[in-house]
Design a binder for this molecule. Sequence first.
Ligand code: BG6
Length: 466
Amino acid sequence: MMNSGGVIHRFPKDFWWGTATSATQIEGAADVGGKGPNIWDYWFELESHRFFNQVGPGNASRFYENYEEDIERMKELGHNSFRFSLSWSRLFPEGQGEVNEQGVDFYNRVIDKLIACGIQPFVNLYHFDMPLALQQRGGWESREGVEAYRMYAQECFARFGDRVKYWFTHNEPIVPVEGGYLYDFHYPNLMDFQKAVQVAFHSILASAQAIQAYHEGGYGGKVGIILNLSPSYPRSQHPADLRAARWADLFFNRSFLDPSVKGEFPEELVNLLAETNHLPKVEEGDLETIRMNTVDLLGVNYYQPRRVKAKEHLPHPEAPFMPDRFFDPYEMPGRRMNPYRGWEIYEKGIYDLLLDLKENYGNIECYISENGMGVEDEERFRTEEGIQDDYRIDFIREHLRWIHRAMEKGAHVKGYHLWTFMDNWSWTNAYKNRYGLVAVDLENNCKRTVKKSGLWFKEVIAQNGF
Ligand code: BG6
């Protein structure tokens, strides 16, 4: 165990320590309190077999009922901040139009409870959960989606902006593009590069419009975006591998990072879209809105690196156009894996990312908004003292070590949020892999028990380091 004399990696005073989650993954109460269905409720109803053990989001981890007790436990475990998302379809059951006051009331209670417990609420507006009614009108494919989102964002700022000082427009906006429009792991399960580009463009435009509205409203806090960034490592220094890595970086990192932080899209990417006839529909003034409304703060989610190599084979000329036309994934021999999730564990990736932000993105103020490890069947590690998840402790510690090193080199990092506080529902993986500091027993009315990592993390927070 650590004592203050033994702290080698000390973090700055006021470092944000906490965890992150999202509405659909913890709230449950999917059709309670006036909430309208979102695309997850709907897709589960249509194709429950595509969800692990056929578990849907309907009851999730029951935060809707247990939020008070959960927030008290966060306090006990030392959190000074907590990131969650608002469910758009809880606040606007139809995605637009009339506000559901019961939803407003719920989030008011959550925010007030957090503040009463000394925990800063970090609020994200969109975490993969498009209201179904809007999706049926095109969702992010349509201009109407952008307009509905702007009104939703404005309403949230007006209702909660007096107490919430850290806002985020989206979580990982590239994921609904990949999942819903390229690789078939989110509803609407399309494979259509042109629509994918339009959805991406509209998400960025919506983010910029929300940022503009927030700044114009003079709420006195900060507004940012949360991006999943994975450094793209080439297999070798061969020019073809380097080119492959550059394209992966352009598609999956810079497509959102550049417009969010610099206000403009990478020229190479725009040129490619122009040459291949995939440019999105853009209206007059859109690019100016994006240029003028960049983020105050960047949330960085990091789980795994991306390793790529030059393509082994020429792409089929008539196959659907996909980003992977420009690279193949590279399985580096001897890479360390989290076998349950199938993700490589490479802690130094977080350092490389943070230095990239320092060197190429004006050292924008940022924080680690997600990082974590999902493990299957954690019950096998349970003793009388709870789940002994030493692997999670190692995972967090080693990432924190690299974050600390990046900060020593001058990276502008304000905090670390683990994914996640308590085990939650993971999209199509449902409850397969558990990520929490706190275990949730689905068989036993979602009973919570703190894991060893929860106590360890508490001590790190108390000592502001390790
Ligand atoms: C992030 C998301 O990509 O990774 C979370 O923001 C998600 O919503 C987390 O739960 C872990 O991924 P997964 O798919 O294992 O839940």
